[in-house]
Design a binder for this molecule. Structure first.
Ligand SMILES: Nc1ncnc2c1ncn2[C@@H]1O[C@H](COP(=O)(O)OP(=O)(O)OP(=O)(O)O)[C@@H](O)[C@H]1O
Length: 488
């Protein structure tokens, strides 16, 4: 399917998110759309997928002008979009999710649907248990299911919004192989990303957006020196880490085991100190998620002990951890971290958690306005959390971290952020660490782990298999540990 977008404009009230965008994508190609946070990429893709109306401009599919009032219309025209957080139904099984949107075949048995799913998965090298509850799947697996579902429904243009954030390197490789195959079969793929490496390894063409406008279109082979100025104007400043020493113990894990995730956690022992930044690496579901949630009181251990500032905190509730200064920033911003439909002011009013029944609106509003400035959130105190771009939602989440936090636990703190926002987030976090906050974070990006950590813990199959200081954390060593080729 050949796509041509002409002079697309989109206003969200006063926000001019797309400012006359032209985009031409040839049939059977993989085309990248790159841009920093808030550049207008998701808006443009949502317009193409019928999820939001354009303010003006034209869309041509195979030379024919189209107008979609609804995603279902775009879908019927062969356009499918795989969102950053796939739009699936967590309480349903894999097979039930696969059947969503499929035409009714009263005589087609569950077995026949399972066989269809199985054959599609096999073709791409995916393995998905049709009976598994959706909520037990990793993000990468949820993506795989959505991909085969969209293809089985006859999509000829696949739009993927930041598909490689939060998935493992192995899952990324599988996904890229699948997308190359899809393009070879003549389908068109649009890949929205911040990551040059993804575009370099997958795309034949790339269009770069900045502040709602196209700043350039390039064809492979790409050179980062050409692309970065198109994305950011001037290249972002490199991250500077101060050298710190760590003495006082804040958090301890002593032989802690727990169930949950894909591999659970087995006899984890580790000690963390004030001011230390510790990166938790590992393939998705290798135990690092369970580890963070245990430290936040969101999950209970089955054996072992946890200590917080010397006190045994095994079995404490989330609120007990919270009262002792533990703050948790989840990966799923809109599902767990923020509340869609509530404004920034309402978020600060909720976070204030006063024991009285009176809501401190005035203070909450002032705080929201102050944080918008301080965290450079593109929005206002009245903006709804779900109306912010992904990067701005992350800034809002960080601005909600209580000022008295002494242990900060973050899942994928820069997931979906561009290079500049990633640097901004880390500068902010390292300032907190400098003031004595212990920071534990998980990330699917090895670069981020190596860039920001004072110490690296690698999880494999539910166990900590490597615990090293940053200066000894060579990419080869950490990579081998992640891949399970190392045991302590
Ligand atoms: N529903 C909405 N209501 C109001 N403003 C919006 C809405 N959706 C997006 N915006 C604004 O439009 C601009 C472009 O946002 P968009 O999500 O398209 O950017 P993006 O390039 O996809 O960013 P990110 O990579 O951070 O997701 C931003 O300023 C954003 O705050």
């Amino acid at each position: 399917m050949e796509i041509e977008l002409r002079k697309i404009h989109k206003f969200y009230g006063p926000v001019h998110a797309n400012r006359g965008i032209d985009l031409h994508v040839r049939s059977g190609t993989i085309h990248g759309v790159l841009g920093e946070n808030g550049a207008g990429k998701s808006t443009l893709m949502k317009i193409l997928a019928g999820a939001t109306p354009r303010s003006s401009g034209e869309i041509l599919l195979d030379g024919r002008a189209v107008a979609f009032a609804h995603p279902a219309e775009a879908f019927r025209a062969g356009i499918g979009m795989l969102y950053q957080d796939p739009l699936d139904f967590p309480p349903l099984t894999v097979l039930e999710n696969f059947r969503v949107g499929q035409p009714a075949h009263p005589r087609k048995s569950a077995k026949a649907w399972a066989n269809l799913l199985d054959s599609l998965c096999r073709a791409f090298g995916f393995y998905l248990d049709p009976k598994a509850p959706m909520e037990s799947l990793t993000l990468g697996e949820r993506q795989q299911l959505e991909l085969v579902r969209l293809l089985s429904l006859g999509c000829r243009l696949l739009i993927l919004d930041e598909p490689t954030t939060g998935i493992s390197a192995a899952q990324k490789e599988l996904l890229f192989r699948a997308l190359r195959r899809v393009a070879k079969e003549g389908k068109t793929v649009l890949l929205v990303s911040h990551k040059l490496e993804d575009v370099e390894s997958l795309c034949e063409h790339v269009t770069v957006l900045r502040q709602g406008q196209v700043t350039g279109s390039l064809s492979a082979p790409f050179d980062a020196r050409d692309i970065l100025p198109l994305m950011f104007g001037t290249p972002p400043a490199p991250l500077h880490k101060s050298t710190r020493t760590f003495q006082h113990v804040s958090l301890e894990f002593l032989q802690v085991s727990a169930s949950g995730g894909r591999a659970g956690l087995h006899e984890a022992t580790a000690t963390f100190r004030r001011g230390e930044v510790v990166g938790l690496a590992g393939l998705e579901g290798s135990g690092q998620g369970v580890f963070l949630r245990l430290a936040a009181g969101l999950q209970r251990s089955t054996s072992g002990h946890l200590r917080l500032f010397g006190d045994d905190c095994t079995g404490w509730s989330y609120h007990a951890f919270r009262r002792r200064g533990v703050a948790f920033v989840p990966e799923n911003r809109l599902e767990e971290g923020l509340i869609a439909g509530l404004t920034l002011t309402e978020h600060f009013a909720l976070a204030a958690c006063t024991p009285s029944l009176r809501v401190p609106w005035h203070q909450a509003r002032q705080l929201a306005e102050q944080k918008v400035q301080q965290f450079r959130i593109r929005g206002s105190a009245n903006s709804h959390a779900d109306a912010l771009s992904g990067g701005n939602q992350q800034r809002l989440l960080l601005s909600l971290i209580p000022s008295d936090a002494s242990v900060l636990l973050l899942e994928q703190p820069t997931r979906g952020l561009d290079v500049e926002s990633t640097h901004w987030v880390w500068k902010h976090l390292l300032r907190l660490a400098d003031s004595g906050v212990t920071i534990l974070f998980s990330s699917a990006e090895l670069d981020e782990i190596l860039m920001a950590s004072d110490r690296v813990l690698v999880f494999y199959n539910g166990r900590i298999v490597l615990d090293v200081d940053a200066q000894d954390a060579h990419p080869d060593l950490v990579g081998a540990a992640i891949a399970g080729r190392l045991s302590l």
